[in-house]
Design a protein around this ligand. Structure first.
Ligand SMILES: Nc1ncnc2c1ncn2[C@@H]1O[C@H](COP(=O)(O)OP(=O)(O)OP(=O)(O)O)[C@@H](O)[C@H]1O
Ligand SMILES: [Mg+2]
Length: 382
């Protein structure tokens, strides 16, 4: 079964990877492919490029699923995660008490924090994934993830954030708020901490901080339940974990580190997509071309090599030596990329499937271009 077909047989498809590797593009293209295959799919994107967001009909002010119609009648849903709106909805959902809810939403500290503290995106994406699955409207939920320096930022961050929320210090900090003057000694002890928090967000009223902590304490229990459920869900068989990596030496090294981290968290990638694969790497992986032998067999004289390359129909105005240099460089780079791909392949679980996409002429920012991207995904034998 092709990698794309295999991916579409899951009910959750998580696109993981380093910043800029192509996660958002891949997530959107695969939701589109699922729609073409007749499935009910939704893609949850995070901070898509402007033009892609336009093509998907989503914007930051509408973080609910929108239907995207493809030529021929198939549709899929897309939505974008908006941190601020997501938090507000979360507070609305879990705050039992109307007065507290209003106070939290008006809280300046909360307003700053909810627009981007570390792990905030991940926590919200997890919450949103849970909410989308609960609707039972979809055969496949494709989840894009925020750019991450570490693989675990997504698969484990929700739990870390919750731990942070529940850390004793914060619970302790919350006490004075409820206990009033009786806890003033503790309150004084907290001043340096609160001062630093205030500095970080540029808010001066201590009451705002106390309110914020009160809200977090309130949200911690339902959020933890959700995060625990999603933690398990991301490790089930029906969840595909697709590692998207740039097929450059550096990108492949990062991907190998990601793979190791994910494996340690019992969430090893089930599929790997090598994005923007250069022609030499592509030939080596798909056509078993021996690019090492090709490099060794090249004429040592640059003029002769350049003339040979020109005979292939390249622009005669380009200097022969320059052509020869570029060609040698491409092959040498391809050899190193091939070695890095082999190392990554060895680090991935034996059952993980590999695929590649080449650098496309246009950035895939429209529906037809996304469809082209999905079609360009080619299986790589391991
Ligand atoms: N195979 C490809 N060919 C051409 N352009 C590509 C390809 N893959 C991705 N791109 C372009 O590269 C840019 C980065 O891709 P994308 O936004 O999908 O990456 P990302 O991993 O989501 O980035 P971030 O980590 O910043 O969220 C986009 O402009 C996208 O159109
Ligand atoms: Mg992205």
């Amino acid at each position: 079964m092709s990698v794309v077909d295999a991916l579409l047989r899951h009910d959750v498809l998580l696109c993981l990877g380093c910043g800029g590797s192509g996660k958002t593009t891949t997530a959107a293209a695969l939701a589109l492919a699922a729609a073409r295959a007749g499935g009910r799919a939704v893609v949850l994107t995070i901070d898509p490029a402007r033009r892609l967001a336009d093509a998907l009909g989503v914007d930051a002010l509408a973080d609910t699923p929108r239907a995207i119609a493809l030529e021929g009648g198939a549709t899929f849903d897309a939505m974008v995660l908006d941190p601020a709106l997501g938090w507000d909805r979360l507070v609305a959902r879990y705050a039992s008490d109307e007065a507290l809810r209003a106070r939290v939403l008006a809280n300046r500290f909360y307003q700053r924090m909810s627009r981007g503290f570390a792990g905030s995106h991940e926590l919200l994406a997890v919450e949103q994934l849970g909410a989308l699955l609960e609707t039972r409207r979809y055969d496949l939920v494709v989840v894009d993830t925020p750019p991450a320096a570490h693989a675990l930022d997504f698969v484990d961050a929700p739990r870390h954030v919750l731990e942070l929320l529940q850390r004793r210090l914060l619970r302790w900090a919350f006490l004075p708020y409820r206990a009033g003057a009786a806890a003033s000694a503790r309150w004084r002890g907290l001043r340096p901490l609160l001062g630093r928090l205030e500095q970080a967000v540029g808010v001066t009223a201590l009451g705002d901080v106390a309110d914020f902590l009160a809200a977090m304490a309130l949200l911690a229990r339902p959020l933890r339940a959700r995060a625990d459920a999603v933690y398990k869900l991301l490790r089930r068989d029906r969840c595909a974990r697709l590692l998207v990596c740039e097929a450059s030496e550096r990108g492949l090294q990062h991907a190998q580190r990601f793979t190791d981290e994910l494996a340690r968290a019992r969430a090893a990638p089930t599929h790997v997509l090598l994005n923007r694969a250069a022609p030499a790497l592509q030939r080596a992986l798909l056509a078993a071309a021996d690019i090492g032998a090709e490099l060794a067999a090249l004429p040592s004289d640059d003029d002769a090599l350049g003339d040979t390359l020109r005979a292939e129909g390249l622009d005669p105005r380009v200097p022969a030596r320059w052509l020869a240099g570029v060609y040698r460089h491409e092959l040498a780079t391809g050899i190193r990329e091939l070695a890095a791909t082999r190392r990554l392949s060895a680090a991935a679980p034996p059952a993980a499937q590999l695929a590649l996409v080449t650098q496309l002429e246009q950035e895939p920012c429209s529906l037809p271009q996304l469809e082209r991207f999905a079609h360009a995904i080619t299986d790589v034998p391991r």
